[in-house]
Design a protein around this ligand. Structure first.
Ligand code: NAD
Ligand code: SER
Length: 318
């Protein structure tokens, strides 16, 4: 494998921690620089270099890329759907300008590869609800979705016009036990596990029959690495790939948890996040990713629930 030096921006977040650890296993600890606005996550401490970095400060970002001889950037810093609705200007600004800063530096420094995630949030109420295809009507109604859709076209533009090898996935809601989620509409599917173990009860902010596309973090990390390692000629989509794994409602995940914790109770008190969830598809057609780079998920609802509970029970603070 050619020598790569990777910068992960947003490394202290829900995906960043696990992706950084996975990249360090492949490329070597010293070759993966973690960076974030936040102090570094305790799970990353002692595993490799960390720098404090604001992706909005293009000059400092450029200096880091040159100083560290960076060849690849994974840009994870963003404001997610629910937090974005509280401060639309900030969400637009960070999600767009952060991406443009990285794409510009990638072009100027001729970086080998860039990874930037999009989301199922690009889809809106006019997109098909079931098996939402790669190419369809896309009219997002959240600022987060608008920023992701615009970002997809910036990626495509930098690829077409400047040859930047930027790759992207439209992640579904991600479920993980290592690092907490950061302000999304799908966060209930993580919170539910902590509450089930600690209090045997959870008050859900979505209605019981709200189906959404979801994925367990090990599948998301593997998808990201498989996409990034796929031969260039296989990457036919330069906006962002649909990827899917499972689709369930709050009621269904509660039932799956009850198989392990029989007295677990669910209460429902929908809030403003319900309308965001209602605007998204319930399931995703990822056949294009399957064809182009052989994407295949491993975890379904039961396997994910069993693994989440096993790992959370083993955590010292639970
Ligand atoms: P997160 O909120 O958990 O982490 C984002 C990280 O970025 C945080 O640690 C934050 O401190 C950092 N950050 C924020 N502003 C920054 C700045 N100006 N400079 C540097 N760092 C900054 O988010 P996540 O869930 O890990 O998501 C990562 C990416 O994946 C985002 O683009 C998100 O839209 C996308 N995504 C996530 C999900 C999901 O379910 N988690 C689903 C779809 C897409
Ligand atoms: N999990 C994310 C959110 O709910 C989807 O991009 O915002």
């Amino acid at each position: 494998m050619a020598k790569e030096k990777i910068l992960v921006i947003g490394a202290s977040g829900q995906i960043g921690v696990e992706l950084t650890l996975a990249l360090r296993k492949i490329y070597g600890n010293q070759n993966v620089i973690a960076s974030d606005l936040r102090e570094q996550n305790p799970l990353l401490e002692g595993t490799g270099p960390y720098v404090s970095l604001d992706v909005m400060n293009k000059e400092m970002l450029h200096v880091q890329v040159i100083r560290q001889n960076i060849t690849q950037v994974y840009l994870l810093a963003a404001i997610l759907s629910a937090t974005g609705e509280k401060n639309p200007n900030l969400a637009w600004h960070l999600n767009m300008q952060g991406l443009l800063n990285v794409l510009d530096i990638a072009r100027e420094e001729k970086l080998n590869k860039i990874y930037w995630p999009s989301s199922i949030a690009v889809f809106g109420p006019t997109s098909p609800k079931q098996n939402c295809p790669q190419q369809t009507i896309i009219e997002p109604t959240t600022v987060y979705g608008i920023s992701k859709y615009a970002g997809e076209f910036w990626c495509n533009y930098y690829h077409q016009r400047y040859g930047v090898d930027v790759r992207s996935l439209r992640y579904p809601g991600l479920i993980s036990y290592k690092s907490a989620p950061g302000g999304g509409t799908t966060d209930y599917a993580v919170e539910i596990f902590h509450e089930a173990l600690e209090h045997h009860a959870y008050q859900c902010f979505l209605e019981e029959d709200t189906y959404l596309p979801m994925m367990y973090m090990p599948d998301a990390i593997r998808a990201t690495i498989e996409l990034m390692e796929a031969p260039k000629e296989n990457i036919g989509i330069r906006t962002s790939y649909n990827i899917g794994a499972m689709s369930f409602s709050p009621k269904e995940i509660a039932t799956a948890i009850q198989q392990h914790i029989p007295d677990f109770r669910m209460l429902y008190k929908p809030d403003s996040r319900q309308s965001i969830a209602n605007s998204w598809p319930q399931s995703i057609d990822d056949s294009v990713a399957q064809q182009h780079w052989q994407w295949k998920p491993e975890y379904d609802l039961e396997a994910m629930v069993t693994d989440m509970l096993k790992n959370l029970k083993a955590k010292p603070n639970i």
